[in-house]
Ligand binder design. Sequence first.
Ligand SMILES: CCCCCCCC/C=C\CCCCCCCCCCCCCC(=O)SCCNC(=O)CCNC(=O)[C@H](O)C(C)(C)COP(=O)(O)OP(=O)(O)OC[C@H]1O[C@@H](n2cnc3c(N)ncnc32)[C@H](O)[C@@H]1OP(=O)(O)O
Ligand SMILES: Cc1cc2nc3c(=O)[nH]c(=O)nc-3n(C[C@H](O)[C@H](O)[C@H](O)COP(=O)(O)OP(=O)(O)OC[C@H]3O[C@@H](n4cnc5c(N)ncnc54)[C@H](O)[C@@H]3O)c2cc1C
Length: 615
Amino acid sequence: MGGRVNEDLIKERRKCTFDIKELTHIIDCGEENTIKRKQIDNYILNIKELWDDVPEEYLSHKERYENAIKKAFIVLKVLRQLHTGNIQITDHRTPTNVYSIQDGIFRNVNPLLIHIGLFWSTIAAQASTEQQAEWLQPDSSMIGTYVQTELGHGSFIRGIETTATYDSTTDEFILHTPRLSAYKWWPGGLGNTANACLVMAQLYINGTCHGLHIFLAQIRDFDTHKPLPGIKVGEIGPKMGFNTADNGFLGFDNHRIPRTNMLMKNVQVLRDGTYVKPKHDKLTYGSMLLTRVTLISDLAYQLSKAATIAVRYSAVRRQSPIKSNEPERQILDFVSQQHKLFITIASSHVYRVVGLWMWNSHKRVTADIHEGNMGQLPELHALACCLKAISSRDASALVEQCRLACGGHGYMMASNLPQIYAYTTAAVTYEGEYTVLLLQTARYLVKFWRLAAEHKPLPQNFAYFEDYIKKNFEQWRNSPEGIIEGFKAIVAGKTKAAYDTLQCNLRNGREFEEAWNMASVQLTNASEYSTISRNDIEALQSRYEELLALIRPNAVGLVDAFDIRDEVLCSTLGAYDGRVYERMMEEASKSPLNEDVVNESFHKYIRPVTMKNKL
Ligand SMILES: CCCCCCCC/C=C\CCCCCCCCCCCCCC(=O)SCCNC(=O)CCNC(=O)[C@H](O)C(C)(C)COP(=O)(O)OP(=O)(O)OC[C@H]1O[C@@H](n2cnc3c(N)ncnc32)[C@H](O)[C@@H]1OP(=O)(O)O
Ligand SMILES: Cc1cc2nc3c(=O)[nH]c(=O)nc-3n(C[C@H](O)[C@H](O)[C@H](O)COP(=O)(O)OP(=O)(O)OC[C@H]3O[C@@H](n4cnc5c(N)ncnc54)[C@H](O)[C@@H]3O)c2cc1C
């Protein structure tokens, strides 16, 4: 759409006091990455077949999927060309995320997300060298997905009921779904797209259960795409979001696969049925760990999208004067609006930095695991659980806050904020539900509190537990370092309170698991345990208000620095030129309800009633 840039946005950009490009390079982890990202954006944006004339909200459930799958395979082809062509992507999961352009292409989810993001990466991480050589061919016919959750079990995966029973007479595993609750339910791409999958199932050898293992199973014919005999597969129906992802269900009726289809890098079943244990029995959960780490950066990116839309809109939107004799003000001038929006910008930066840090930690710990050293895995798991849980919860709350900050127009699908919210809030549940993951972190913290309480040696990371017990905490200091000390006190105080409740429940004769359940609200909530006083809180509050005023002139510059193209933002409210009302009117004109001046329902249903007595 042509036209001049909104005057208020022009003024905002002139006011900015820092170099926007420099911040973009920092966000991208270097100018080189910015250049690479822009090259890829331009390359993909020039593929005309990837862009729709009709907004996808007007398509049916079936049409949405068909449109998305058409685009997904164009994107897959591009990806393969990019990997072999002039523009090299070496590490597609880096938090700089050159893949962000897909948000614009799909306005929803790539139906091949799990194929690319989980299926291939699980094979790469958990299959033996020989299996990888066979399965990871660039021209493979396999379109796969990651099949773990069942109708009856998602969080408590030890409860999974699908079985893989070794038959040594034929050298095969028999995959079986014993009852309705054991049907696989949810995997992305399973409904219509995938012809293969990685299945999490309970391994049985000679009547002994060895727990959960991952198996590669073909489920549809590579040529006809019909389900193989013994496979019942389909799509689960419309959801709050993710409607282009054809999430599916799957049941096995004694479906046979070769023994060599169990992922055997860390654990093996030999020809005679001998079971060779892994070095750590949670290595099978490795894909969940990696996805939790990756998600932190993805959620930071979703926050930057929501902030960009809401800040630009707030600079363009004028409503109400502050003083009655003045003209109406940009809504960005209201301090309460700044509070809603600037925290979203800040949170995006926080989770971007933390996501990068976690990404590097994951790389380091994985390298250690390759060398046989599992020592850092529990800490990484505890951190990934907590950070995935809070980043998803914060991100969905803040995206919703940005939507509300755009008033009624934020409720329009054309603002794209409802879609970003639906996408973001799903992350609170998938890949480990919020509370369930927080309880994993609590379990880790309580373990170290017990050591502290028993005056046993603690790792350096937990020295602050000892400080808390010895009352070595400093008085509150109103500074970044002081705030960190305050948080340490809160964690220590909260862990102590939960631990004490746990001990009290145990003393009262409860079994540990029951006592844990009773303490679980305390184990997941945070309270104020620091030495902060009422005066300190008031000082912090006024410092915060001063900072809002300092950020205000740079607000548009800060979101411009995220450098998200209009084609990715897909928002009438958030486009770079700020021509909000023109874009809204243009989008409205695409509604099929505007095709006829008088809709035919008038003649069928309305007129017979309203004109009844007059005919
Ligand atoms: C150009 C365009 C291109 C487009 C291309 C697209 C490509 C995109 C690529 C990348 C972009 C990425 C963007 C990211 C977006 C991603 C979107 C994702 C979409 C949706 C995916 C959803 C997938 C799923 O949901 S899969 C299913 C996930 N399910 C879960 O997470 C289940 C949760 N439950 C559990 O994990 C477990 O049950 C549990 C951990 C809660 C408990 O397990 P348990 O009962 O076996 O254990 P215990 O509680 O008894 O604990 C025992 C012991 O083990 C430790 N433990 C547990 N887990 C782990 C672990 N993972 N690692 C290490 N240790 C572990 C635990 O701490 C205990 O230790 P103790 O010492 O205390 O005994
Ligand atoms: C959009 C989307 C995509 C998905 N994609 C995939 C996929 O590709 N592959 C796949 O395998 N799965 C997928 N899933 C499934 C997802 O991983 C699970 O839904 C998720 O792990 C939560 O499990 P659940 O549904 O069993 O929830 P539940 O565990 O039934 O949660 C319900 C409630 O019970 C509480 N609860 C459960 N256990 C405990 C406990 N021990 N202590 C305290 N409270 C507890 C929870 O906190 C929650 O409040 C997807 C889900 C969604 C929404």
